[in-house]
Design a protein around this ligand. Structure first.
Ligand code: HEM
Length: 502
């Protein structure tokens, strides 16, 4: 009995496990006193998070954990140590530390590791410096014509739904954003709102995010060699190939190098008062000529990254804002009045100057982003020990989860009734009283969202076009709204509204 191979194997495994635990002793000691429920051997807290049931239950479980335990919370997901932080003070430390700039392991599942969204810090630094110019005010102001054109088309297409009762408009909103982002990325009018390409892309995106969410919550699917044996991996590879086909199609057709003014002319940029759009593809090609950080063959991946980072985030936020306007008719009326003061004619071009006048509208959008931040949980890795306070240090190599949803719902920052929709929270005097890291819809620190200005301009222009023509209504109340987590935080009900002609 004692000589059987089984005994040898068991002994080897025990020694290896003991060595593994010993090699992590410093890390485990560091988190030993952090808050959290009891962990089981091997699977840690996997018993709470392991089973992916539905996107709604996942969100509920995460929310329950963070409302039961004060920050920082330690979650052992199999062998991975996660420290979840959700006080503004801790978030400020993490977001501004040069040792917390790397994205966590889960970002690799997205397969955009060359692009700026998930690239390792040493590559990201150069990319960010160069791309900042493309996302700077001068460049983005040149997109105003595209934002207007696409929002005007969206508003026109909505006409057929007037008086037809309530339905979920998530898809139409996402198509408009996709149409916009493809135009600003490629300088080609794909006409995504009226052709099957848009529907097709959105279907792929939805399926892809579902697969990734399932993988994030299944620790057994983390090792690449195991995941590659699954059906999910095969489907994911196919989805990525098909999505990439859309961008490479354009790249090939236009022979990348020879992008000239004539190709940009396919983008309608006249008649709407705008400047000529400085599209991302041209900018990336310029960068590829002069900088090693941008190889020409990687440009499709960079463009996919920008589309991935910008499309679903803006579309989901826009859906949430419109739903909030429909649930709160009095607030919608104030936004409408502001819109009509800034830019009253039905089909009038919305300029940068008009957008700057929409201060109440901005407060309303911010309150929608507080309640439903699409980037609700941001993952980083500690590349060195990070001291949070005298009691708590995040050990090197731990995954850090930044709890944006939790800090947005913190009564210490926002007072009682944090689940109430109240745009006055963003009156300047109220903002001044809060910690600057209490509101982080675009993340914080040097690796925050690169597309903030793009998002604001495109969303405000869309609101003006839509509200000038239609009143939004819904039978939903705030109590009916259910949240789910599919990489992004989303409202499970969708943008369930009806349109009335003004
Ligand atoms: C309302 C709309 C948007 C929201 C709420 C939003 C939010 C965010 C958040 C939370 C992050 C950090 C993600 C993380 O670390 O996991 C991020 C990063 C990023 N966003 Fe946005 N985003 C929006 C729109 C856009 C748009 C329109 C673009 C581009 C056209 C864009 C481009 C990016 C890029 C490139 C990054 C990565 C930045 C880096 O790592 O340096 N975003 N965004």
């Amino acid at each position: 009995m004692w000589n059987t191979p089984f005994v040898y194997l068991s002994a080897v495994l025990i020694v290896l496990a003991a060595y593994y635990r010993w090699s992590r002793r410093k890390m485990l000691a560091c988190v030993a006193n952090m808050n959290g429920p009891p962990a089981l051997p091997l699977i840690g807290h996997g018993y709470i998070l392991l089973k992916y049931t539905s996107a709604e239950v996942i969100f509920e479980n995460m929310d329950k954990l963070s409302s039961t335990y004060p920050s920082p919370l330690c979650i052992h997901f199999g062998p991975l140590v996660h420290v979840v932080v959700y006080t503004p003070e801790e978030l400020q430390i993490v977001f501004n530390s040069p040792h917390c700039l790397d994205k966590s392991i889960q970002y690799h599942f997205l397969h955009v590791s060359k692009g700026i969204f998930a690239s390792p810090t040493h590559i990201w630094k150069g990319q960010r410096k160069l791309l900042n110019v493309s996302f700077g005010p001068a460049n983005l102001n040149s997109f105003v014509s595209i934002f207007n054109e696409k929002s005007a088309l969206f508003t026109e297409l909505m006409q057929k739904h007037v008086g037809k009762g309530e339905r979920n408009f998530n898809h139409e909103i996402a198509l408009c954003m996709l149409d916009t982002i493809y135009s600003t990325a490629f300088g080609v009018n794909f006409d995504m709102q009226r052709t099957p390409d848009g529907e097709y892309y959105l279907g792929l995106q939805e399926e892809f995010l579902d697969l990734i969410t399932k993988r994030i919550f299944s620790i057994t699917m983390y090792p690449e060699f195991i995941y590659r044996m699954t059906k999910a991996y095969k489907r994911e590879t196919k989805i990525l190939q098909e999505a990439r086909l859309l961008s490479t199609k354009v790249m090939d057709a236009r022979k990348a190098d020879s992008i000239t003014a004539s190709s940009r002319d396919t983008q309608s940029d006249s008649g709407l008062n705008g400047k000529k759009p400085q599209i991302f593809l041209d900018k990336l090609l310029e960068l590829a000529k002069e900088n090693d950080q941008f190889l020409k063959e990687d440009i499709p991946e960079h463009l996919d990254t920008i589309i991935f980072a910008g499309n679903d985030t803006t579309a989901t936020t826009m859906s949430n804002i419109l739903l909030m306007l429909a649930i709160h008719p009095d607030i919608q009326e104030r936004v409408y009045q502001e819109v009509m003061e800034a830019c009253p004619e039905e089909n009038q071009f919305v300029s940068i100057e008009d957008v700057a006048k929409l201060s109440y509208t901005e407060m309303v959008c911010k309150e929608a982003m507080r309640l439903y931040p699409v980037g609700a949980a941001i993952g980083r890795v500690a590349t060195s020990d990070i001291k949070l306070d005298d009691r708590n240090t995040i050990p090197a190599n731990a995954v850090i989860v930044c709890g944006i949803y939790q800090v947005h719902m913190d009564p210490k920052q926002w007072g009682p009734n944090t689940d109430k929709f109240n745009p006055d929270r963003f009156l300047p005097e109220n903002v001044a009283r809060r910690h600057p890291y209490a509101f982080l819809p675009f993340s914080g620190g040097p690796r925050n969202c690169l597309g903030i200005r793009y998002a604001w301009l495109s969303m405000k222009i869309m609101i003006v076009h839509l509200l000038r023509k239609y009143r939004l209504t819904t039978s939903l109340t705030m109590d009916d709204v259910v949240i789910k987590f599919t990489v992004l935080l989303k409202v499970a009900n969708g943008c369930q509204i009806a349109l009335e002609k003004r």
